[in-house]
Write a protein that binds this ligand. Structure first.
Ligand code: FAD
Length: 551
């Protein structure tokens, strides 16, 4: 029987990122994906700022920027009664070619829809000799053994079933995850928020039919409230039309879809329907992210409303968190308990982002304008002014989400040594840079033009700030004794110490701070055992089950 250290199930963005990051770390893995990799209908199109930081580490920024999504389309969100109707409000954003990164990051968020982004991740994963991608191969089920799993797969191309042995199995198989079901993991939350229908239609000259100009997204409100959106999904000739609150008991007919497109645009026009995808918007988080040697991540672990564009980006964070831990354990320097912290760290982020996405949805669906919205007289003017003002203010919560993307923290992690400082507020809109243990190590530019983030990733990085002797030898020695890969980076640039606040800061392979202090700890071996999973940090528990029991 064929045997691999890691079997990744599912070749969506999260499975591809996990395989790619494992390959980048030199870990052997096999990814099985039941489709041939082609995208029926792109879902994700916002590549968040943290995901772009991962892309920077993986050397993929150039590929994302060179993707076919045009760099000159303004990214405005426009609120209208129809494309030829009244404009109620607008949040202006420059085109991707003109957007600058915020101070907090060397990258900016990008617009790169799934049918352009997945191939970039696929090529990245495939570029590593330790990664094999096997398309048209479906997982049928698996058996857990004490220290491995045996998976049954089917070759959908040639026919035939066979088994694969794997030390670990990572279910990146989407919202209907078979892996999650086989692991016996339930989901909690709300199984259905809306029944929505997405339609991709082609119309090269849609923009010339109305007076609202080029934009990324139109949100369409009627007397009953927000009912549809139109998104420039490829920025040129294809549009994603979403009918947000459809009937739950049946799919819409083509006539109903055409009538809805007519209403949203406001006139008859020529277009071609390319694909129709009914889907259910959910608010669900898995009760566990690990069972034995099986893990779930991405949509398999959390299903959220796309309002905000958090779904895939949350899954990317899962992939990067799990990847270095699997590498650590497989390379022998990580304790097996390190793998438990995947759930302890990532499940709270899943819950948080699922909740934030639902709040965005509630805001988007909250207006109740009534019939005067379309009134041509003075009453209509007042209604439109009021709704436009209120809606524009509300929707800013969805457009400005730096806190969601950069501000997540691993508060209960047994592998991050608390330093006694209190956490900044976890505000979805606001990111407060901090090098407090458990947080993403904050970005700053180095004098040589690199970001400090460029120093992190392949191993632990011990940052030493300021001139003069730094007390690093005991930590490096303890790391050597435990075979923990660790590099020392002395940085004599005063602005960095101001940001990181302590002279020694230990950053994990995923870019999160594990520990900081002005001098080496009294027991450096305890610190190294903590970061490699052999010892829980003070006041923390090592296993999610223990955490649940004690909580
Ligand atoms: C309209 C819409 C817009 C969205 N926009 C955004 C956005 O802008 N930004 C964002 O971050 N997120 C967005 N999302 C969410 C995002 O699309 C998902 O979070 C993301 O696709 C999840 O990736 P995944 O790899 O976990 O799962 P999926 O993309 O669902 O991939 C799972 C893969 O597993 C394969 N698979 C399943 N079962 C098996 C099996 N038994 N054997 C082998 N293979 C299997 C499937 O074929 C599939 O390829 C949006 C979602 C929707 C619906």
């Amino acid at each position: 029987m064929e045997s691999v250290p890691v079997l990744v199930v599912g070749g969506g963005p999260v499975g591809l990122a996990l395989a790619g990051d494992l390959g980048w770390r030199g870990v052997r893995c096999l990814l099985v994906e039941r489709s041939d990799g082609s995208i029926y209908q792109p879902r994700q199109d916002l590549v968040g700022i943290r995901t772009m930081e991962f892309c920077r580490r993986w050397g993929l920024v150039g590929a994302v920027e060179a993707s076919p999504y045009p760099r000159d389309v303004p990214q405005d969100n426009v609120y209208v009664t129809s494309l030829v109707g009244y404009e109620l409000g607008r949040e202006r954003f420059p085109s991707m070619g003109k957007q600058k990164p915020p101070d907090a990051s060397p990258q900016r968020r990008e617009r790169c829809p799934q049918n352009m982004f997945d191939p970039i991740l696929r090529a990245f994963a495939a570029s590593h000799p330790s990664v094999e991608l096997r398309y048209r191969t479906q997982l049928l089920g698996f058996r857990q053994k004490a220290d491995h799993v045996i998976a049954q797969v089917e070759d959908l191309e040639r026919g035939g079933r066979y088994e694969i042995g794997a030390r670990y199995l990572a279910g990146c198989d989407g919202a209907r995850s078979l892996v999650r079901g086989e692991l016996g993991i339930g989901m909690s939350g709300k199984a259905a928020l809306t029944h929505t229908t997405n339609v991709i239609f082609r119309c090269p000259d849609l923009t010339s039919l109305h007076d609202k100009g080029e934009a990324y997204r139109f949100i369409i409100l009627g007397p009953e409230g927000t009912w549809a959106t139109i998104v420039a999904i490829n920025g040129r000739d294809q549009w994603r039309f979403s009918i947000i609150r459809g009937p739950k008991e049946r799919e819409l007919t083509v006539e109903e879809i055409r009538a809805a497109i007519r209403r949203a645009v406001g006139i008859d026009f020529d277009y071609e329907i390319l694909t129709v995808m009914p889907w259910v918007r959910r608010e669900l988080t898995a009760e566990h992210y690990r069972q034995g040697n099986g893990f779930i991540l991405g949509d398999a672990a959390h299903a959220m409303s796309p309002t905000g564009g958090f779904g895939m980006n949350t899954g990317m964070g899962d992939a990067v968190d799990l990847s270095w831990k699997l590498a650590a354990v497989l390379e022998g320097w990580g304790d097996r308990a390190l793998l438990d912290s995947f759930e302890i760290e990532r499940r709270p982020v899943g819950l948080r982002n699922v909740t934030a996405a639902s709040r965005n949805l509630q805001r988007m669906l909250s207006p109740e304008p009534g019939p005067s919205l379309l009134d041509h007289g003075p009453e209509g003017v007042l209604t439109r002014q009021r709704i436009g003002r209120e809606f524009s203010e509300l929707m800013r919560h969805e457009w400005f989400t730096l806190g969601v993307h950069l501000g997540y923290r691993y508060e209960d992690s047994p592998n991050c040594w608390p330093d006694g400082t209190s956490a900044p507020a976890d505000d979805p809109s606001v990111y407060v840079p901090t090098a407090r243990p458990g947080h993403r190590a904050p970005h700053a530019w180095l004098n040589d033009g690199r970001s400090i983030l460029d120093l992190f990733g392949s191993s632990f990085t011990l940052l030493g700030f300021g001139a003069g002797a730094l007390d690093v030898a005991p930590i490096l020695q303890a790391a050597r004794e435990r075979n923990v890969p660790m590099r020392f980076e002395p940085l004599d640039e005063p602005h960095l110490l101001g940001l990181y606040q302590q002279r020694l800061v230990l950053v994990r392979p995923d870019g999160h701070v594990a520990w900081r202090n002005d001098r080496a700890p009294a027991d450096p071996t305890a610190l190294v055992d903590c970061i490699r999973g052999a010892l829980a940090a003070p006041g923390r528990v090592a296993s999610p089950r223990t955490a649940a029991a004690s909580g």
